[in-house]
Design a protein around this ligand. Structure first.
Ligand code: SF4
Ligand code: SF4
Length: 385
């Protein structure tokens, strides 16, 4: 049999998470990629890395659906692999998040080893911009890593899918440190995500895009029926096709934009081979993107600093919804949030617009307010001036 192309991406329709349908759809999805047996050999330790962002129920589409996890784990077990599962959630312990979203039930029923990412190891990628990263030991010790992202909008990066899901490899509060290192430079943060994903090299990515998230993702957006499973070896190619399915331009997704600029393999559409169903048959219309948070163009640094409030969007608390739990205060990378006189306060001059606060707020109590020039730029764009 000829070896499948690294930039080959499989597509398969799936309208809901009924267990039998999910398993059959996954078999169909992986068949043109060589089947699960091509990625997993008997006796190998296989780590599943779902999206365990926060402890929400499966129907809120914040986390990878438990039935996807179940079917993939069963396929790995059938191929003779032993399954472990782990992640480092944005908030809360991994076990409690896995319990709330239903994944822990699958872990217990299938006898999967649960491995919360709480032990970090320093790695020193050669010739990279980020020369030291601290990643979960479990990922390095596995023989095979299978990446199981959920397709969602992302206020800062545009979209979270294959590449961004590997950010969960960074253990706990080391995540805000990396945000701080990149500051408000989205390109630099995207570069870190690309380098991290390249370093960890998941053998296979399977995207849960059956029900995804649109609007204010990845934590507080709206659920959206997409009805698709996407799989491939190269996370960039998978993301590129995911963007096509929801009608996003690669320039709207920072990791893809950077990958194209730096000529990374598998980011260009022409280099990707699509197998299974076609993009045309599965593409959806009207997908609501995350609100734009800055003017995605070239402007001298001093102008950007001078006009920061007008050119960017910022998180604004809804005091009626805010319970003053202080989760956002604890995780804000530059520590510019505080609670005083019973109200959440943000120092916008030092805010780096990473939107971690919005991503992690369990109440959806932070909305995005666009600056005046950013709003104007969007109106012009809509009018195609
Ligand atoms: S905005 Fe959200 S996370 Fe922050 S204190 Fe209020 S409820 Fe908690
Ligand atoms: S206030 Fe929110 S957007 Fe601003 S730096 Fe803190 S976490 Fe990031």
């Amino acid at each position: 049999m000829t070896q499948p192309h690294r930039n080959r991406v499989g597509l398969q329709a799936l309208t809901d998470y009924a267990p039998e349908k999910t398993r059959s759809a996954l078999e169909l999805l992986l068949a043109p990629l060589g089947g699960m047996g091509r990625f997993v050999k008997p006796g190998q330790r296989v780590l599943l890395k779902p999206n365990l962002l926060a402890g929400k129920s499966a129907d809120q589409a914040v986390t990878t659906h438990p039935e996807i996890v179940r079917a993939v784990a069963q396929m790995v077990q059938d191929a003779g692999g032993s399954v472990t599962l782990g992640d480092s959630p944005g908030i809360g312990g991994a076990a409690s998040v896995a319990r709330k979203c239903g994944i822990m039930t699958v872990v217990e029923e299938l006898g999967i080893q649960f491995n919360p990412f709480d032990d970090a190891v320093k790695i020193h990628p050669q010739g990279r911009t980020f020369q030291e990263l601290e990643v979960a030991r479990a990922l390095l010790e596995a023989d095979v890593v299978i990446n199981l992202p959920k397709l969602k909008t992302h206020q800062m990066m545009g979209l979270t899918c294959a590449v961004k899901n590997m950010f969960g490899a960074i253990v706990g509060l080391r995540k805000p440190r990396l945000h701080l290192q990149a500051g408000s430079d989205k390109a630099l943060f995207a570069l870190m995500l690309l380098e991290l994903c390249e370093q960890l090299q998941p053998a296979l990515t399977i995207v849960d895009a059956v029900v995804g998230m649109e609007g204010d993702g990845p934590g507080s957006g709206d659920t959206v029926q997409i009805g698709v499973l996407i799989a491939g070896e190269n996370p960039l190619s998978v993301d590129r096709i995911a963007a096509e399915i929801v009608g996003m331009h690669p320039q709207q997704i920072w990791t893809l934009k950077l990958a194209l600029q730096t000529k990374r393999e598998g980011a260009k559409l022409e280099t990707i081979e699509i197998v299974g169903e076609s993009v045309a048959a599965l593409k959806i219309d009207g997908f609501k993107m995350a609100r734009q948070t800055d003017i995605n163009g070239r402007m001298p640094g001093f102008m950007q600093r001078l006009l920061k409030q007008a050119l960017t969007a910022r998180p604004v608390p809804d005091h009626a919804l805010c319970t003053r739990c202080a989760i956002c205060v604890k995780h804000c990378p530059p520590a510019v949030m505080s609670i005083s006189q019973q109200q959440l306060k943000i120092d916008y001059k030092s805010c780096i617009r990473c939107f971690c606060c919005q991503e992690l707020c369990p109440q959806g109590a932070l909305f995005t307010q666009q600056g005046s020039l950013l709003k104007l730029a969007q109106i012009f764009k809509t009018l195609k001036w």
